[in-house]
Write a protein that binds this ligand. Structure first.
Ligand code: PRP
Ligand code: URA
Length: 219
């Protein structure tokens, strides 16, 4: 549930969830007391909730079925959905989105952020020559400087994707500003808009490194 009245922002493309279940789960995710197993579980649950919101305008078409009582015209998904998780941290969001949209295609993109420059480095991309989906959902828990998201959007647009949405768990204003300036057509769905970035490019208060916390690789 996006609630524009509770959080006014300068970005029309930004949807920040205000659903109590999202707020409750977000607190668990942020806490240092949360171990990787629980962290992964909550990433999955939040992804489902945000995905549900982001897919509210997916297109459906009528088709005929028979209930035990009579024939009727029901609806089936018409859009071909593409899930684009950004490796590594976006991997944890895929299963939940596939529960929502079992027929979705999954196209992995490998990007990591250079720790010194904070610029994204692409290391994996096996997209076919032209777009095979109508609606692409980029999955990445963190939107910090916006470099990784912008790079992913550019890859998808070169691929031929026309409708793109970005699903993040936590966003920083710097990242939202960067993405919406470069790609105002891309809607952003997140569970929280945090205060800003620290000098190392981490979101404050954030949750730390989303990849390390999911996969137990933090030092
Ligand atoms: C994290 C996160 C985003 C990126 C966000 O990935 O999952 O992809 O940083 O930062 P940005 O908005 O400044 O680009 P990271 O580079 O840590 O890689 P990982 O998922 O492999 O840990
Ligand atoms: N990537 C993360 O995993 N966390 C941040 O706070 C910023 C980028």
């Amino acid at each position: 549930m996006s609630n524009p009245e509770s959080l006014a922002t300068p970005w029309p493309s930004l949807h920040v969830s205000s659903h109590p279940a999202v707020l409750h789960k977000l607190a668990i995710l942020r806490s240092t007391a949360t171990e990787p197993k629980k962290f992964r579980e909550v990433v999955r649950e939040l992804s489902w909730l945000l995905g549900y919101e982001a897919l509210a305008d997916a297109r459906v078409r009528p088709f005929e079925i028979e209930t035990p009582l009579e024939p009727m015209v029901a609806s089936q998904l018409a859009d071909r959905i593409g899930l684009v998780p950004i490796l590594r941290a976006g991997l944890g969001m895929v299963d939940a989105m596939l529960e929502l949209m079992p027929t979705a295609q999954v196209w992995h993109l490998g990007l990591f952020r250079d720790e010194r420059t904070l610029r994204p480095v692409e290391y994996y991309n096996k997209l076919p020559d032209s777009a095979t989906v109508d609606l692409s959902l980029i999955l990445d828990p963190m939107l910090a400087t916006g470099g990784s998201a912008t790079a992913a959007i550019e890859v998808l647009k070169r691929w031929g994707a026309v409708r793109i949405k970005l699903i993040n768990l936590i966003a920083a204003p710097e990242g939202v500003a960067a993405v919406s300036a470069a790609h105002p057509d891309v809607e952003i769905y997140c569970a929280a808009l945090d205060r800003g970035l620290n000098e190392k490019g981490y979101i404050m208060p954030g949750l730390g490194d989303a990849g390390d916390r999911q996969f137990g690789t933090g030092r």
